[in-house]
Design a protein around this ligand. Structure first.
Ligand SMILES: NC(=O)C1=CN([C@@H]2O[C@H](COP(=O)(O)OP(=O)(O)OC[C@H]3O[C@@H](n4cnc5c(N)ncnc54)[C@H](OP(=O)(O)O)[C@@H]3O)[C@@H](O)[C@H]2O)C=CC1
Ligand SMILES: CC(=O)[C@](C)(O)C(=O)O
Length: 344
């Protein structure tokens, strides 16, 4: 059997008949809950009072306080922000776990960095989608799925792996691929990827390209279309068929530029800095800094976020996207409005 597992390789029965508590209803939480319910599983939500509780109830879920959701359930998937998990776990989850429960995570951060130390009489595993929560939902609804990693940290019942696979299949990952990992590998590679390649890397590259063009006197709108808007179109080709597929579709002029100029921008120096980022993750320095930033009330996070939202690439982008009805509104706004606008 291949290392990557698919729907046909997975026994769903092991999760059927079990009550699943999804703790949190945000990016990942809403997607897991809706996908699992539509896959035929019994799902309840654990939340505090607030906007997520209202959304989950609007989506037809029974919402309990976290402690009650845990005490009522067999499988507990913690989909809280990483920085909130330790406190909620100690206060509301740990006291309500029962022998034989499954404690599940979508990111290994808190277990790997010993912020959460599970009891010895529960299964502990992770099911980590390799994609944003809203796309975990959107792809599931379209009949596709987002790949996921699974890893077993503790197998008390002897069924932890089978439960993890059935859970991953239930959120749609069996349609895209499910691969075994460890809490360490998932944690360190996910943190690295989001910092140095996907989010941190891409946003830094896009802003630098945009600024290079606008500082040279070109129109900001041209710089936006070139460096931000077109990025999705190029990445779609990479998603569908790798470098070869993208290079097949672009011009030979662009491909030659890719070959001769790309390495001038991203090169061995860049890789050396990537290795520094990875070292800070592996040593726990990043985790410690993030935990301390949250304990201090996020002064740096909030200041940088405010400045980023004022960047010209954002102000120009908002104006242009508002004129393009086919571009999905930002996740947090009501997408139904966009659909009505497009169909009218
Ligand atoms: N975002 C992503 O695409 C991915 C996330 N992950 C992992 O998934 C996990 C969840 O992340 P994500 O979905 O982004 O989180 P979000 O910030 O999107 O959602 C967090 C949810 O937890 C709720 N919440 C926060 N604090 C509490 C609390 N004290 N008590 C009860 N509920 C609370 C929030 O409700 P409220 O409305 O009240 O704030 C919200 O519903 C993390 O471990 C993350 O690393 C893994 C892969 C991808
Ligand atoms: C979407 C995802 O997997 C990230 C970027 O790692 C995250 O949001 O944590």
């Amino acid at each position: 059997m291949s290392k990557v597992l698919y729907e046909k390789d997975i026994q769903k029965e092991v999760l059927q008949g079990k009550k699943i508590a999804v703790i949190g209803y945000g990016s990942q939480g809403h997607a897991h809950a809706l996908n699992l319910r539509e896959s035929g599983y019994d799902v309840v939500i654990g939340l505090r009072a607030g906007k997520s509780q209202q959304k989950a109830e609007e989506d037809g879920f029974t919402v309990y306080p976290v402690a009650e959701a845990v005490s009522e359930s067999d499988v507990i998937m913690i989909l809280l922000p990483d920085e909130n998990q330790k406190q909620v776990y100690e206060e509301s989850i740990k006291p309500n776990l029962a022998a034989g429960n499954a404690l599940v995570f979508a990111h290994g951060f808190n277990v790997h960095f010993s912020q959460i130390v599970p009891p010895s009489d529960v299964d502990v595993f992770l099911v980590a989608p390799k994609g944003p929560g809203h796309l975990v939902r959107r792809t599931y609804e379209s009949g596709a799925g987002v790949p996921a990693l699974y890893g077993v940290y503790q197998d008390y019942t002897g069924s932890a792996k089978e439960l993890a696979l059935a859970y991953a299949q239930g959120i749609g990952a069996g349609r895209a691929g499910i691969l075994e990992t460890s809490f360490q590998e998932e944690t360190e590679t996910d943190l690295f990827g989001e910092q140095a390649v996907l989010c941190g890397g891409v946003t830094s590259l896009v802003k630098a390209g945009f600024e290079t063009l606008t500082e040279a006197g070109y129109q900001p709108e041209v710089a936006y279309f070139e460096c931000m808007h077109e990025l999705k179109l190029i990445v779609d080709l990479l998603y569908e068929g790798g470098l070869e597929n993208m290079r097949y579709s672009i011009s030979d002029t662009a491909q030659w530029g890719d070959f001769v100029s790309g390495p001038r921008v991203v090169n061995e120096d860049t890789k050396a800095r990537m290795k520094d980022v990875l070292t800070d993750i592996q040593t726990g320095k990043f985790a410690k800094d993030w935990i301390l930033e949250n304990q201090a009330g996020r002064p740096q996070f909030n200041a940088i976020n405010a400045a980023e939202n004022k960047h010209q690439i954002e102000t120009v982008g908002r104006e242009l996207r508002d004129l393009m009805p086919f571009v999905k509104q930002p996740i947090q706004t009501k997408q139904k409005e966009v659909k009505q606008h497009v169909t009218n």
